[in-house]
Design a protein around this ligand. Structure first.
Ligand code: PMV
Length: 303
């Protein structure tokens, strides 16, 4: 018997970094998916994933899953995806979530979404040492979620898809390094940095309401404010800043970096009639457009 499943990639809309310290964030899913196939075999477990650079997440997931449910690790795992792991769309968390889900189906175990999250979070922390787990929640629940550190609250927002433009900066960000660097900064400048986190929290709360009420202009303004605060934290780059400002100059309601910063992607929210201009401007600034639809289904069985 073989089980195949898929999970979506993600984009951080609001609240990155602050979410690591107990504040909320808002994360959405995108229609670039990662696929996993699992099959029982006679021999020791094996992974076939030619495009996955870092196999630690898959290996650790199988190890912890089999230990927790007292199963032999005699499985063949195949992994492939619609997107490059360079984009920062959450390929590692999609691997972890997919694997826990597919293995639970293969062994007929009833596991709740929260249990998938908790085991997945254990895997991520054991490898990265840091992280809020927001990307796991996106891959599991799908849609767009208001999320609190370590999954203390995961609430799906009743919204549709946004008119988002996604620009890849061409640089792969090292998320755990940037998070650890900021942690070091918080030791010296705790008050200053936590004041910024408080401001980010207020933006997230306002953004939650603006998203539910479909107030695009307001959402855009909040994105700009959030980007400014990320600049203050020192996690943006010249390239990301340039891609954001050119998006604004070309008619976007708002723009910000998405994720840890230091590279990866920026996102812009633009009126439909301006999307083409915004995309062109981002390309001119040296970015690459990743065409996505957001707010899609979480982990699921593929036939
Ligand atoms: O770089 P990404 O897309 O994985 O986002 C990281 C977001 C952080 O808040 C900086 C870290 C985290 O785990 O929440």
């Amino acid at each position: 018997m073989k089980v195949k499943s898929s999970a979506p990639g993600k984009l951080m809309l609001f609240g990155e970094h602050a979410v690591v310290y107990g504040f909320p964030c808002i994360v959405t899913t995108v229609d670039r998916r990662l696929y996993v196939e699992v099959k029982k075999i006679e021999k020791e477990f094996k992974i076939e994933a030619p495009r996955v650079k870092d196999l630690r997440f898959a290996e650790k997931t199988v190890e912890l899953f089999c230990r927790k449910y007292q199963l032999p690790n005699r499985v063949l795992v195949k992994i492939y995806s619609d997107f490059s792991s360079n984009f920062g769309l959450g390929s590692s968390s999609a691997v972890v979530v997919n694997l826990i889900f597919a293995l639970s189906q293969l062994y007929n175990l009833k596991i709740s979404k929260k249990e998938i999250f908790d085991l997945g979070y254990e895997v991520v922390l054991s490898i990265q040492g840091v992280g809020s787990g927001f990307d796991l929640a996106a891959a599991i629940y799908g849609g767009t979620n208001y999320f609190l550190t370590a999954g203390r609250e995961i609430r799906q927002l009743p919204i549709g898809s946004l008119s988002l433009v996604v620009g890849y900066s061409g640089v792969k960000a090292d998320t755990s390094m940037i998070v650890k660097e900021l942690r070091r900064k918080t030791l010296n400048k705790k008050r200053e940095i936590f004041e910024i986190f408080e401001k980010i929290k207020n933006i997230v709360e306002k953004a939650k309401i603006a998203l539910i009420n479909n107030q695009n202009e307001k959402i855009g303004q909040l994105m700009n404010q959030n980007h400014y605060l990320l600049q203050q934290l020192g996690v943006s780059t010249e390239k990301l800043d340039e891609m954001c400002s050119t998006a604004l100059l070309n008619g976007a309601w708002g723009a910000k970096l998405s994720g840890a910063g230091g590279g990866d992607c920026m996102i812009a929210l633009a009126p439909k009639e301006k999307v083409k201009d915004v995309k062109k401007a981002i390309i001119k600034a040296g970015g690459m457009i990743i065409n996505v639809k957001n707010n899609v289904e979480g982990v699921k069985i593929e036939i």
